[in-house]
Design a protein around this ligand. Structure first.
Ligand code: PMV
Ligand code: MG
Length: 358
């Protein structure tokens, strides 16, 4: 029996800008996991999960054609991860087998509400890793990243894939996306997965960061789920109407994240906090340009309460709900902050950064 896990993630800074290839963001992996178990079987296989199945799907129309939107359904990431892993197995001249595959997620709340911790990325990474292990394929982290990114891109299409990087490498990372148009062209030219794994992907950059010792990360959950792909669609639609403001946002965010990376290298908590506040302001500007609600009233409350207790705070990821983060000194007492959050229906998620070397 094979048992493999992959962690969820949180964006720390650089959201939306990171969608542009080569533009930096910072993420962490959290110690809540998706576990995939595989057991060999005969003649037929099964896939089962307490949390994920083919349930409701959104759809629209393109002319007379019905178009399904599977981007918020982790089940579709699981299926595509299996397709990509099996394609790689065949390229390695191994014969395919039957198996029972089961999934368990710690990244969803008990009543099935998603926490916004990157479950679709973690399910993709865990499935790719588990199948590579099941078929005895030796793969490096870089290769797991590439296989998972291809599978995730085939389903969602508009993400930066930073969540995949956090789930593969763990810890704190600085991430810049590869040129996704280039990858789609390579896939269109029928390049094999083996060829793609052996090629350098333009503009991709993944670097580990070490947080200063006195840094503490807090995560507040608003209780309302948000759809990342739909928010990103809106930013993409509106960026052409506000070309100059959008360009300015990408350049300001790049400077902010580069300062943040320098502050990590210098172990300088005060400068990290300054840039977190700065990134919050930049995202609020983007929100106006794009006509989307990134910092909802609940997230504003979350940040303002944290500010009262000397925490630097911002939305995490696409915003619109899900989680906010706080960067605060380890010595700061947290009881009052957590109490005020509670009174505003904001829940502190008890989890740590997932650090692992494999
Ligand atoms: O909401 P999350 O945690 O899925 O993060 C989305 C971050 C974006 O930059 C808005 C999109 C992306 O794919 O990077
Ligand atoms: Mg989110």
């Amino acid at each position: 029996m094979i048992k493999v896990k992959a962690p969820g993630k949180l964006y720390i800074a650089g959201e939306y800008a990171v969608i542009e290839p080569g533009t930096p963001a910072i993420l962490v992996a959290v110690d809540k996991y998706i576990t995939v178990t595989i057991k060999e079987s005969n003649n037929f296989g099964t896939i089962n999960s307490a949390q994920y199945e083919e349930n409701s799907v959104n759809w629209t129309r393109n002319g007379n054609k019905i178009v399904f939107d599977n981007r918020d359904n982790p089940f579709h990431f699981l299926i595509e991860a299996i397709n990509i892993a099996e394609k790689y197995v065949k390229e390695n001249n191994k014969s395919l087998k039957f198996y029972h595959l089961s999934i368990n997620s710690e990244l969803d709340n008990h009543d099935g509400r998603k926490l916004g911790l990157g479950s679709s990325a973690a399910i993709t990474v865990a499935t790719i890793k588990a199948l590579c292990k099941f078929y005895n394929l030796n793969v490096t982290n870089d290769e797991i990243f590439k296989l998972s990114a291809i599978a995730h891109l085939n389903v969602q299409g508009n993400g930066s894939l930073g969540d995949i990087a956090a789930s593969v490498y763990g810890g704190w990372i600085a991430y810049s996306s590869f040129n996704r148009q280039w990858l789609n062209e390579q896939i269109g030219k029928n390049k094999s997965l083996k060829q793609l794994l052996h090629t350098t992907w333009p503009q991709l950059s993944i670097k580990r960061l070490n947080p200063p010792r006195d840094l503490q990360l807090l995560i507040g959950w608003t209780g309302s789920p948000a759809s990342t792909p739909h928010l990103v669609d809106k930013v993409n639609t509106n960026k052409n109407n506000h070309k100059n403001e959008y360009k300015q946002f990408i350049s300001d965010s790049t400077n902010c994240i580069n300062e943040l990376i320098r502050a990590f290298e210098q172990q300088d908590l005060t400068s990290i906090q300054k840039q977190i506040n700065n990134n919050r302001l930049l995202l609020n500007k983007l929100s106006k340009i794009s006509n989307i609600n990134i910092e909802t009233p609940k997230l504003t409350q979350l940040c303002n309460i944290a500010n009262k207790y000397n925490g630097a705070s911002k939305t995490s990821g696409a915003g619109g709900g899900d989680c906010g983060i706080v960067i605060i000194n380890k010595n700061q007492k947290l009881n009052d902050l957590i109490q005020e959050w509670k009174q505003s229906d904001i829940k502190m998620l008890k989890m740590n950064v997932a650090n692992f070397e494999n």
